[in-house]
Design a protein around this ligand. Sequence first.
Ligand code: GTP
Ligand code: MG
Length: 337
Amino acid sequence: MVEEEKAEDAVDEELDVTTIAGVGAVTKQKLNEAGIFTILDLATSGPAEIADATDWDITKSVEVNNKARKRLVELGRLEPDFVSATDLLTRRRNITRISTGSKNLDDLLGGGIETWAITEFYGEFGAGKTQICHTLCCTVQQPIPEGGLDGGVVYIDTEGTFRPERIMEIAQNRGFNPEDILSRIMVARAYNSAHQELIVKDLGKMIEKHKVKLVIVDSAVAHYRAEFLGRGTLAERQQRLNRFMHNLLRTAEVYNIAVVMTNQVQSAPDSFFGDPTRATGGHVVAHTSTYRIYLRKAGKNRIARMVDSPYHPERDSVFMLNERGIDDPSEETSKRK
Ligand code: GTP
Ligand code: MG
């Protein structure tokens, strides 16, 4: 235990913000007050956030942000800006995956939810978005040979729909220890968009401390939609969403973790000519999500489709919701047994 603690401290020293030239004790304090503790945090914060925290101008903030990235590359914790295509292929081969709990859905995703990426599930109410998130909370904790990443979870709940009881049910029906599963899920209830942004900005310590391999945001856009009403506020809303999405993506890349977010679809009251099958959040969300999966209901089954991916099959994948969370349709499940 003592040995472990020592090891943890050693890592912390290596990542201390003062290891970056130009960051002294006074600046360190200011950065800490803004939730920036390590160079990983420095690298994931945008220059504007660093400038806000330190009173530096943007040029100096960009410089320090770059230095932090460079240092992380030296430490082998981040890929350099330019890598050869061969290295890129190797890196892509090293991307790990989390099983969703449904073989069909895993196949659609090319083997499961990827680390180093944002996977977005969108669809109407009751489509199963929250149920997918709950199931992933259990599956990600499994050992690697069993489809998990032996990792903890951060669950950012913006709608108040996280249910520990449901996690226990899913865990039990999958033969996992419900108490163990619950203890490795850190839940943050985000009450508004600013709160949600703050939580994501402060994720670094949580990820390191709890060996988090999956960050869930259920749902990502709802607060923005509720708070920014009317055409006049659209530009600001998109700007804020953009920053939020990029923070999420940087977090996925810097820590090599999977990010899963849910999103709703446009409905008539929101925009008069809204397409009911289009995700909310516009181009900002569409362009930042690495993978987008559209979910729809078909009786007791659910149908998933990968949207806009050049190298995933363009076909529908069927799953269902039951006591195991999400699962393959019963005929297929019984076939496999
Ligand atoms: P919104 O958040 O409202 O947009 O919907 P969502 O896509 O998150 O839906 P969610 O994942 O909450 O799915 C709701 C559906 O899951 C319900 O219609 C139920 O069919 C099913 N469901 C929810 N809880 C349970 C449960 O405890 N057991 C079972 N068997 N099914 C459940
Ligand atoms: Mg939901």
